[in-house]
Ligand binder design. Structure first.
Ligand code: BGP
Length: 488
């Protein structure tokens, strides 16, 4: 007897709203390779991957998934999986090499990709900045300089002018928290600067760039009435104290929420920075000045432009304990993994926490699996921030997958995605407007600090042969997307 499929057991399913988008996401530097082709210049990640010890096994994105040369075949894979949308990023150093004038050849690649997607019936969803700042702009100060936000507008407009006739969904930034705080506070990501409160300066300029782009695109007719949708993607978390009876832990959770969630949500959705963010960072300086010095009159109005959608990336919640906290390393999350040492510096200026194990199951990355927190997060965005329609623009799990007899039995990933899809449905049932879900990632790829050792794809990539194998999770996702429903 064959096992029942979704269509055979129509009563035993939980349905998603009509027109729910089923997608998968990637990012340029993580998959494209071809780093020196057709005029592309060096980005901060090309530079950072050369820093000894920065990336596990010294991996780089030089070749990655060789997607730049294999794009049509990869789009065919998306079609085979039945994706209704594909979220990718454009590479700034391809389109505006060295942050300068437009490079037609760089744009052509994304134009061909867009046409290929549309021909396959897949809705393109573009992200303008997924962390690959041209090195030349970093050399001039990077995101701690206001001018970088202005250069971002030039690049964004060039991209929109070339692709806006065919692409409706535009995201300015992916996870500006990582760009700002991993890039400029703890240095675990490119450009690798460990400059404390510089992270908030960078966050402000990233958001300023976002707001300026939204303003300019609106004036070019990118409005909902014209079928265009503009947004930003944030990696948000839910912060709970490890010991609710310990006041220092309660304070740690509040601080983490401030320096991770509200530092973006408040300016973007309320046009303000919270009082406790100012208080928690009082006395910290970057280049001798407090971060607030870089917030000029009118900036918050620009940042708080109304958005059509909010992208939410979610991997796990956070349950901090305040230091000093006495625990054996094995009792702390992440302690078993050999990650780059620099990533362990606090990315939270003025605050430092540890993350003790709470006893919940973990995945191969040693991240606790916390789907109920996704429901809480979505409800909070709805209740406290009156957020615009939400798309889950990334969610997924790392596992050390292997190909056996032509298949990859990634049960843990399938279960992870399934649990989080139920969490999304729980939020929808509670009245939150969630309109799509993009699994991270389409392909195993260059996972930043973790290089190629850590696999997130629903498609396995053999990095020696570039052979692709659909994992069991992809076959399952195909069924769910086709039925627009989860089996019970
Ligand atoms: C997000 C990024 C993705 C992706 C994923 C897993 O932060 O937007 O680009 O890489 O997380 O990341 P990592 O392997 O670095 O933890």
């Amino acid at each position: 007897m064959t096992s029942p499929t979704i269509s055979q057991t129509v009563t035993d399913v939980r349905r998603f709203p009509a027109d729910f988008l089923w997608g998968s996401a990637t990012a340029a530097y993580q998959i494209e390779g071809a780093v020196a082709e057709d005029g592309r210049t060096v980005s901060i990640w090309d530079t950072f991957t050369r820093v000894p010890g920065a990336i596990l096994n010294g991996d780089t994105g030089d070749i990655a998934c060789d997607h730049y040369h294999r794009m049509p075949a990869d789009v065919a894979l998306m079609k085979e999986i039945g994706l209704s949308s594909y979220r990718f990023s454009t590479a700034w150093p391809r389109i505006c090499p060295d942050g300068g004038p437009v490079n037609r050849k760089g744009l052509d690649f994304y134009s061909r990709l867009t046409d290929e997607l549309l021909a396959a019936g897949i809705t393109p969803w573009v992200t303008l900045y997924h962390w690959d700042l041209p090195q030349t702009l970093e050399d001039a100060g990077g995101w701690t300089e206001r001018d970088t936000a202005l250069r971002f507008v030039d690049y964004a407009l060039a991209t929109y002018d070339a692709l806006g006739d065919r692409i409706d969904h535009w995201t300015t930034h992916n996870e500006p928290w990582c760009s700002a705080f991993m890039g400029y506070s703890n240095g675990g990501h490119a450009p690798g600067r460990q400059e404390g409160v510089a992270g908030i300066v960078a966050a402000h300029h990233l958001m300023l760039g976002h707001g300026l782009v939204v303003e300019e695109l609106r004036s070019r007719g990118a409005t909902a009435a014209n079928g265009k949708s503009l947004g930003i993607t944030l990696n948000l978390t839910v912060a709970d104290p490890f010991d609710p009876a310990r006041p220092a832990d309660v304070d740690a959770a509040r601080r983490l929420d401030g320096l991770h969630n509200r530092v973006f949500l408040d300016p973007l959705l309320r046009g303000t920075y919270a009082d406790d963010l100012h208080a928690d960072t009082a006395g910290l300086t970057f280049q001798g000045r407090p971060w607030e010095d870089r917030v000029l009159d009118g900036d918050l109005e620009i940042i708080a432009q109304p958005l059509d959608v909010l992208g939410v990336n979610f991997y796990h919640d956070d349950v901090p304990a305040a230091r000093p906290y006495d625990a054996a390393p094995a009792d702390l999350l992440g302690s078993r993994l050999v990650g780059p040492e620099r990533s362990r510096q606090t990315p939270y200026p003025g605050s430092d926490f540890v993350f003790p194990r709470t006893g919940r199951p973990t995945n191969d990355r040693d991240w606790e699996i916390t789907p109920a927190s996704l429901t809480r997060l979505l409800q909070r965005l709805h209740d406290d921030y009156a957020a615009p329609p939400i798309y889950i623009t990334e969610n997924g799990a790392m596992s050390f997958d292997v190909v056996e007899d032509g298949a990859v039995h990634d049960v843990a990933r399938r279960e992870f995605i399934e649990a989080h899809l139920h969490a999304v449905l729980d939020a929808i049932d509670a009245g939150v407007d969630v309109r799509g879900y993009f699994v991270w990632s389409l392909l195993d790829n260059f996972e930043w600090s973790y290089g190629y050792a850590h696999r997130f794809g629903i498609v396995h990539v053999d990095f020696d042969t570039q052979n692709r194998t659909l994992k069991d999770s992809a076959l399952w996702f195909k069924q769910v997307a086709a039925g627009n429903a989860l089996p019970l």
